[in-house]
Design a protein. Structure first.
Lengths: 185, 280
């Protein structure tokens, strides 16, 4: 595989737009975990005109609900969840300035259009590699919605978190590019 | 009459929940390694390396293979000459699930009501429990923690007899192509054929308990398993980002059905096809 690209957060639009589908990356810095329930709460808050618990400008969201940490560990197993379940909320969230999303699986055309407009990159982490991925997480801190348990909004400090650009800010889709040469039906 | 105490069942179930979450079955691990050897896509090989490494870390450090430690499906076979003492069997199993998921640092992923409140029960109960009464005085318990990234991509088709074998292949492939990269491939595919709508789904869940190296005892179903696996591995889905290792196995279970029907259920499981078993 080609050389891995190192990314440090915050992820500016300029940095995001340089990434291309198929690029292999290692992410360091702070990323924020949120999944179904947190997305629902956040978009409802926005609809009421309220402020969100964090400023999402130039940030990366990680679609994740980890297992509880064992004593002495920062986090439990923490692989990506299916991004598609967040699609209904995603265009609204990207308008908040999110420049990177980490998850797994396909996205809707509406999400891809919003990514092109906002200069957002969608990264995939390997689904089910949750104990391996945990090695790159150094700190896990709940920021908001603790009542949501594993679905709380949290800040993760990561070092060399492994991911691959699956959909870039021009809408190129590595899920399609990667499958094509091996489709022999 | 032989008796067994509910406390023993609770202890065993708790232990089994942890084992299933941490230790990928040997046959699945070997199938992943075999897939790594034959995978044609370089990206696919990288993904498989990560998945294999992940299962090794999970096993050696007692950590969940995946953060989705699943909804707990429990298959129970009770010998009709066995007496269960000290409380209800279902309560004992659920107490074991709660204990295992809490003590084992597993994620609690069950909500009490599906549509309106969706409030987490905080201990992963209730489990889905299937109980069968069989001859003898033993108690067999099998645990299948089922992740929902793959469960959400499962499906069922109510075919008619005229659809035949070609119809079954088409139905399975439609569900697999729709699932595509989403259910954390390489997949293990459980197929249930026959029965009623619900029974076919049950067969497809049971099929996931069979070792990946063991084919159906009925030669025509065994051949169909092999043909379907070959077809799935030609979709290009691969290990998530494209390639030739889309599935590790197709396991079919079948049963009698109605003269007018041919139900086909497909339970898709991710590469973390987890289970554990005890005979008490």
């Amino acid at each position: 595989m080609a050389e891995k690209i190192r990314i440090t957060t915050p992820l500016t639009e300029e940095k995001s737009r340089k990434l291309k589908a198929g690029d292999s990356v290692l992410i360091s810095g702070v990323i924020y975990s949120a999944r179904d329930a947190a997305h629902k709460v956040m978009t409802e808050a926005l609809a009421r005109g309220e402020k969100l618990p964090i400023d999402w400008h130039d940030q990366i969201v990680y679609y994740l609900g980890p297992t509880p940490a064992k004593p002495g560990d920062p986090i439990g197993s923490c692989g990506p969840t299916t991004a598609g379940r967040m699609d209904a909320y995603t265009p609204t969230m990207l308008e908040q300035g999110i420049k990177g999303m980490i998850g797994k699986g396909s996205r809707t055309p509406e999400v891809i259009e919003s990514m092109k407009k906002n200069g957002t990159t969608y990264f995939a982490a390997v689904g089910g590699a949750a104990a391996f991925i945990a090695k790159s997480v150094k700190k896990y801190e709940v920021i908001a919605y603790p009542e949501l348990g594993p679905e709380a909004l949290a800040a993760l400090t990561v070092e060399d978190f492994p991911a691959i650009v699956v959909i870039d800010s021009e809408g190129n889709n590595f899920y399609e590019i990667g499958q094509k040469p091996y489709r022999k039906l | 009459m032989r008796t067994i105490q509910v406390e023993q069942i609770t202890q065993e179930v708790a232990q089994m929940c942890k084992e299933a979450a941490y230790y990928l079955p040997e046959d699945v691990y070997e199938a992943l390694k075999k897939g790594r050897e034959t995978e044609e896509s370089p990206v696919g090989r990288d993904v498989l390396d990560q998945i294999i490494k992940n299962s090794e870390i999970a096993r050696s450090e007692d950590r969940p293979i995946c953060q989705d430690t699943g909804m707990t499906i429990v298959f129970v076979e009770i010998g009709q000459d066995l007496h269960i003492e000290g409380g209800s069997l279902n309560d004992a199993i659920n107490a074991g699930v709660a204990k295992g998921y809490t003590e084992g640092f597993l994620r609690k992923s069950v909500v009490a009501e599906p549509l309106f409140d969706r409030k987490n029960t905080q201990n992963n109960t209730p489990a889905i429990i299937y109980t069968e009464v069989v001859p003898g005085d033993k108690l067999k318990i099998e645990i299948e923690p089922k992740g929902f990234g793959s469960e959400n991509k499962s499906g069922i088709k109510m075919l008619v007899p005229a659809d035949g074998v070609e119809g079954v292949k088409k139905a399975v492939m439609e569900i697999i192509l729709h699932a595509s990269c989403n259910p954390c491939p390489p997949m293990v595919i459980g197929v249930g054929i026959g029965g009623t709508m619900d029974k076919a789904a049950y067969y497809s869940k049971r099929a996931l308990l069979r070792p990946l190296t063991v084919r159906n005892a009925h030669p025509q179903y065994a051949a169909l398993e092999e043909e379907l696996l070959e077809m799935v591995n030609k979709t290009g889905i691969g290990p998530q980002l494209g390639g030739t290792t889309s599935a590790l196995a197709v396991n079919i279970e079948w049963g009698p059905t109605h003269i007018a029907g041919l139900p086909v259920a497909v339970t898709i499981c991710c590469h973390a096809t987890r289970h554990s078993k005890r005979v008490l």
